[in-house]
Design a protein around this ligand. Structure first.
Ligand SMILES: Nc1nc2c(c(=O)[nH]1)N[C@H]1C(S)=C(S)[C@@H](COP(=O)(O)O)O[C@H]1N2
Ligand SMILES: [Mo]
Length: 325
């Protein structure tokens, strides 16, 4: 597809894909695509996943949610077809075309576990959680570390509401978030040498910033699996890899969580990962970004992805940290 091809001076996608240098692509492709290719189109597994997918979402009545326009947006929304078919979700493969493969993800029943430094650890079913929360729509920009971006209408609730519900102890300094781990469902997780489950983290202050958003839907509907159903993070001032998909586990801790990409390649992917056009990735420039779905158009990248007025204060006094990688 033309929209996803990189042109001109741009480096081929294979070179800006973060995993390129250390992700054994060939081994991966034999694994994931090999498995996908070996199952007939309507394998029993896929067929039953399809039946589940065809059931009405138990929270469908909550959509579309009321728009929150606190955060103005000056770009057109990315076309829904493009945003739902150009995805990073390594659990289902190392390429962007995982939307079909991700349909085997079983999103009900789905239990979210909250533990660590909290008054009392607990578990909550996803539908109970969603119904307790004030759903709203927010349009955010998403800037991937691979130098492309989209503009997406998310539905969800502030992460701060989950923090409040969890009642963290004052000793908790960080919130770690993890995706499911089930290699029988996610072929990428059969590559056992990767640090599954996908893990990310924020400081408690970041988690309590109003911009940090837990996503349950997109484009006025429950989120499709490839975009991280049934619960995914959106932290638009940080590179996209911080926005962990399909979360099952929140842990409050006093130790800085080590993320999936940091475990793989700490020199390139750090804890903070705030967007900054002046701090290049070791292998490519971060000065501009390709607007996906806009015919190859590039625009300048903005400090904190344009959200500095809401988040820059979080980093006062942290100037010695590697805030932008
Ligand atoms: N569990 C999980 N979450 C993930 C990823 C992933 O591979 N696995 N990829 C991240 C990256 S690199 C990006 S850019 C965004 C992409 O989100 P989108 O596909 O909804 O645009 O998801 C992030 N969350
Ligand atoms: Mo990304």
């Amino acid at each position: 597809m033309n929209v996803i091809r990189r042109r001109g001076w741009e480096i081929p996608e294979s070179q800006v894909t973060p995993e390129h240098l250390f992700f054994n692509r060939r081994a991966f492709l034999t694994g994931a695509a090999g498995i996908a290719a070996s199952i007939p189109v309507m394998s029993p597994q896929l067929a039953s996943a399809q039946r589940i997918a065809d059931l009405p979402d138990p929270t469908a009545d909550l959509y579309p949610a009321k728009a929150n326009t606190t955060y103005p947006i000056d770009r057109p929304q990315t076309d829904e077809k493009i945003a739902t078919t150009y995805n990073n979700f390594y659990e289902f493969g190392g390429d962007k075309a995982i939307s079909q493969r991700a349909q085997v993800l079983k999103t009900r029943p789905w239990t979210v576990k909250i533990d660590g430094m909290v008054e009392k650890p607990f578990e909550v079913g996803i539908d109970d959680l969603i119904r307790k929360m004030p759903l709203e729509e927010r349009i955010y920009r998403l800037r991937c570390v691979e130098a492309w971006s989209m503009t997406i209408p998310w539905t969800g609730f502030p992460l701060a509401r989950l923090v409040e519900m969890a009642k963290p102890l004052s000793s908790a300094k960080y919130l770690q978030m993890q995706t499911f781990k089930d290699p029988s469902m996610a072929p990428g997780q059969r590559q056992t040498w990767y640090p599954w489950p996908y893990t990310e983290g924020l400081t408690i202050e970041e988690a309590n910033n109003d911009l940090a958003f837990l996503v349950t839907g997109v484009y006025g509907k429950p989120a499709p699996k490839q975009m991280g159903a049934p619960l995914r993070l959106a932290v638009p001032w940080k590179y996209g890899f911080k926005s962990v998909k399909s979360i099952t586990h929140f842990t409050f801790t006093d130790k800085r969580p080590k993320s999936y990409w940091e475990s793989l390649q700490a020199r390139e992917y750090g804890f903070w990962a705030n967007v900054n056009p002046k701090v290049d990735h070791p292998r490519w420039s971060q000065a501009t970004e390709e607007v996906i779905g806009a015919g190859g158009k590039r625009v300048p990248t903005l400090l904190f992805n344009g959200y500095g007025e809401y988040v820059a204060d979080l980093y006062k006094g942290l100037e010695n940290e590697r805030l932008y990688a």
